[in-house]
Design a protein around this ligand. Structure first.
Ligand code: ZN
Length: 337
């Protein structure tokens, strides 16, 4: 590690605050984590370097020594306390890549530190520093946003979801340990980041903000704990024809002037196709017809909503000579209308 500049490794200035160090480290650790870059040796090397840098810079004592002695900081004790034993160092570079137990070569690990570090890194439930007590941890629920069309909300839909999720480390089955040794694959945290793919069923009737619970599909329980749940948080895209209020749908129905005056049949769009609606003669502009049971299904099994069809009388344009004469006659008959 001679000549390495820990500050530049983390992209930091020498006067970086603790918070800046922490956030730079978290960002880089996520990016270069071996589980995110399987088989990528350069990412792995980078990951080890940034861990090393973080280990030193996040520790006030070590950072002070590093600032003073540079990459010889480890021997600071020897400089300052002549004849003292150099301290043993904890570092990820001593782990064999991917191997469960190889490469540990007698290095003493300060497991608590490592685990709390990774607990923090992944925002896990390991908030305490004594991870040994939280080996069986409570799995968390996961929320996933899902956008559906109004048609999908009407009929229900199946979705294949891909999302990033914590999962139990396959090497140690989420225990963080293999025999007495800390598991190197998850660095003792019991959890690794992974991609999850599951097919979910979105029930008919969902609305904006509906939360659909998929039991047991959240974060897995580690060390024998139960899995959390997955919640789909629904948003419904706006529709070009229909407006929705709770379970009711609203739609405008263009009606030609003559049809509105004389009465007849108009076609009303619904989410199941067109529906013929008889309107009486002298139907006024803006009149609303309520079509029961043609709205949205109810998520909780209540009766289906209604479709409210609003008449929009369309006045004729591009009148022929004859039509114009007829309107003139009409205007003489009914000068006030
Ligand atoms: Zn593991």
């Amino acid at each position: 590690m001679a000549g390495k500049d820990y500050y530049s490794l983390l992209g930091l200035k020498r006067d970086a605050t603790e918070q800046q160090i922490k956030s730079a480290y978290r960002k880089l650790a996520r990016k270069h984590h071996p589980d995110v870059n399987p088989g990528d040796k350069s990412a792995e090397a980078k990951f080890k370097e940034i861990n090393e840098a973080h280990e030193v810079l996040s520790d006030k004592e070590k950072r002070k020594k590093y600032d003073q002695f540079g990459d010889q900081w480890q021997h600071a004790d020897q400089f300052t306390r002549a004849g003292g034993q150099p301290r043993q160092q904890t570092s990820y570079r001593d782990f064999a890549p991917g191997g469960a137990q190889g490469g540990t070569q007698g290095v003493r690990f300060e497991e608590g530190d490592l685990e709390s570090l990774f607990g923090n890194l992944f925002g896990g439930a390991r908030t305490g520093t004594s991870s040994r007590q939280t080996r069986q941890r409570q799995a968390r629920d996961i929320e996933q946003p899902v956008e559906v069309t109004l048609e999908e909300a009407y009929q229900g839909a199946n979705r294949l979801l891909n999302f990033e999720s914590q999962e139990a480390c396959p090497s140690c089955s989420g225990t963080g340990r293999i025999q007495k040794m800390m598991c190197s694959a998850c660095r003792g945290s019991g959890a690794v980041a992974g991609m999850k793919q599951i097919e979910v069923k979105i029930p008919a009737g969902v609305n904006n903000g509906s939360r659909v619970r998929i039991a047991g599909k959240g974060e897995p329980g580690f060390g024998g704990g139960n899995s959390g749940d997955l919640y789909l948080v629904i948003s419904v895209k706006p529709h070009h024809l229909f407006e929705r209020k709770d379970d009711d749908l609203y739609v405008d129905v263009p009606v030609p002037l003559t049809l509105a005056v004389l009465g007849g049949e108009v076609q009303v769009p619904t989410l199941k196709g067109k529906l013929a609606l008889k309107i009486p003669s002298e139907t006024q502009n803006g009149k609303v017809f309520r079509l029961a049971g043609q709205g949205m299904p109810n998520l909780r099994g209540s009766p289906q909503g209604a479709l409210l069809a609003k008449v929009k009388v369309v006045l004729p344009t591009k009148l022929s000579h004859e039509e114009k004469k007829l309107f003139e006659q009409l205007s003489h008959l009914r000068p006030m209308s």
